[in-house]
Design a binder for this molecule. Structure first.
Ligand SMILES: Nc1ncnc2c1ncn2[C@@H]1O[C@H](COP(=O)(O)OP(=O)(O)OP(=O)(O)O)[C@@H](O)[C@H]1O
Length: 538
């Protein structure tokens, strides 16, 4: 049952919907013509409807699996312009949250906000120093008063609108409005919880502590509450002030390369990545210009991948740079990103037609982000399941590339990323690691033995990696990977032999005139294992 406030809001939404002819965005006819294209109208309408709708539009703009590219690119221009709320109100909220007067906790609290966004506002403050020491500069992030109720109200309406779109829009099967709103609801409520953000900040800080490449603020946990976060204040230059960075002789190329390295390390080594890398959220510490350091802010959105997704992604990048589209297609099927029944040759052809134009550019313009974007567009046609974690990653790669190239247009991403991928794959696929995995997942491996054997059977023996100028070393990687697969399968067979021995008791090699199954397993396992070792040594 809608409250009078919600009825009023619904009425307002209806007016905006008609004024901007938004039926067209849902694939329905509109009676009059409009001067602006539908994307522009949708953007303007969302801006008019306020922060929840703006954030919804921003979230949609990162969903190439749902929206056509023209609409997505228009929505990515959405800006949340909201006036700041009074400093006195921020103080009152902080006092209510921490249960003490601001003057008792802080040596200084600036009523004039440093920044104000749709969900929270940021104030500068200082914690008192001990025994005459200088204080510690912090920022206090405070969630906007009343925003939670407003979000709740608007999200409920969004659910209602999604239901209507489901009933009436011919595009509903593709847009999946109910699913999209449910996902958005989770994201926006997560952003309201500053304890979550503080925990993300602490984790990232711990991961990178002592690094010369990036610094994260210290969280003042004692003063953090669900609606208040207090952390070290960082001083640096906004990353988009390239002219100023140059004036201070900052090594811009190194800075850009470090940005890419940080991102790849977060995704593949820490499996915990900052997923909101827009220029407002990263500063640069120029104090040592030859050794510039990134300063990270705003930890509301982070991402991580399953180990399987990590591996498939790494292999996808390698296959992409090798222009091995068949492998890219196979990887999608193997990983379950597209249905198992997908015709690999058709999928391969579709991938080739979107990837070739990307390669038709100078090396310095090759883009991982565009590659993934195009890939998801193709995969969508082949019924790819929505993978929110991959979509988040793809969006972040685009941001990282954008930042990197804004700083240093000749940035060669693959040059920076390749050694990292090599390091990661070698580490992950090393026999030592394979054995550790085997010890941990022995029983599951026995279960998946038939699938692994089937895969081994379909391997193209001796397939080699081309595109020499880009990457000779990838050949070694691919061989390495196959070799390790042999190690794992060999070990699994031997483990299987042990299990059969255990269940069946000892049997001679030939028993009742036929070779015994346990000796067959043990023998073939040992042979595979030894052949892998010989290849490794060779
Ligand atoms: N630790 C900090 N040190 C210095 N300035 C900070 C710090 N944290 C935030 N700021 C300032 O406040 C601004 C907004 O912070 P933040 O991005 O965390 O807020 P937000 O409400 O999540 O904004 P948005 O969602 O629009 O990015 C930053 O762009 C920066 O200028």
């Amino acid at each position: 049952m809608l409250s009078p406030l919600q009825w009023r809001r619904l009425w307002q939404i209806r007016r905006v919907y008609r004024r901007y002819g938004l039926a067209e965005a849902l694939g329905r006819p509109v009676r009059r013509s409009f001067p602006d294209p539908v994307g522009v109208r949708l953007r303007k309408a969302l801006e008019e409807l306020g922060p929840v709708f703006v954030k919804f539009g921003q979230a949609l703009s990162t969903r190439p699996d749902i929206l056509p590219p023209e609409l997505a690119s228009e929505l990515s221009k959405l800006q949340d312009q909201v006036p700041p709320f009074p400093g006195a109100e921020a103080r009152a909220l902080v006092e209510a949250a921490i249960g003490k007067p601001v003057g008792q906790v802080f040596a200084m609290f600036d009523d004039k906000p440093l920044a104000s966004a749709s969900i929270a506002q940021v104030h500068a403050a200082r914690l008192p120093g001990e025994d005459g020491e200088a204080g510690f500069d912090v920022v206090v992030k405070v969630v906007r008063p009343g925003i939670e109720a407003q979000i709740r109200r608007d999200v409920e309406l969004l659910h209602g609108l999604a239901q209507m779109a489901e009933w009436f829009s011919p595009l509903a099967p593709r847009l999946r409005p109910k699913e999209v709103v449910a996902e958005y609801e989770k994201v926006i409520f997560d952003e309201l919880d500053l304890l979550r953000e503080a925990a993300n900040a602490s984790q990232l800080r711990r991961n990178w502590l002592g690094s010369e490449m990036i610094y994260h603020p210290l969280v003042v946990w004692d003063l953090c509450r669900p609606n208040v976060m207090v952390m070290e204040r960082l001083n640096g230059l906004p990353v988009d002030e390239v002219a100023e960075l140059r004036r201070r002789n900052v090594n811009i190329q190194l800075l850009a390369e470090r940005g890419v390295e940080i991102f790849f390390r977060e995704v593949f080594f820490f499996n915990f990545f900052h997923a909101d890398m827009h220029p407002g959220n990263v500063f640069v510490d120029p104090s040592d210009p030859e050794n510039p350091r990134w300063l990270a802010l705003d930890f509301g959105i982070v991402g991580s991948l399953t180990p399987e997704d990590q591996r498939y992604l790494a292999e996808n990048f390698v296959a992409f740079f090798d222009q091995d589209y068949r492998r890219v297609a196979e990887l999608h099927v193997e990983s379950g990103w597209v249905p198992r029944s997908t015709r690999v040759d058709e999928f391969e052809g579709a991938i080739r037609s979107v990837c070739e134009p990307i390669f038709n550019r100078p090396l310095s313009e090759l883009s991982f982000g565009v590659f993934l974007l195009r890939l998801f567009e193709v995969a969508r046609r082949f019924d790819m399941q929505v993978q929110p974690q991959l979509v988040l990653l793809q969006k972040t790669i685009l941001q990282v590339e954008g930042l990197g190239r804004q700083l240093y247009p000749d940035l060669d991403l693959w040059k920076t990323a390749k050694p990292l991928m090599t390091e990661w794959m070698q580490e992950r696929l090393s026999p030592k690691r394979a054995m550790a995995e085997l010890r941990r997942h022995g029983p599951q491996l026995v279960e998946s033995l038939p699938r692994m054997l089937a895969r081994l059977g379909t391997d193209e023996a001796g397939a080699s990696v081309t595109r020499e100028e880009l990457d000779r070393s990838l050949q070694t990687l691919v061989r390495e990977q196959r070799r390790n697969r042999r190690v794992v399968i060999g070990a699994t067979l031997m483990l299987g032999a042990l299990i059969v021995f255990g269940l069946d008791g000892y049997r001679p090699v030939i028993w009742n005139g036929v070779p015994s199954i346990s000796w067959l397993l043990a023998g073939s396992g040992l042979a595979l294992w030894l052949s892998a070792r010989r290849r490794g040594a060779g």
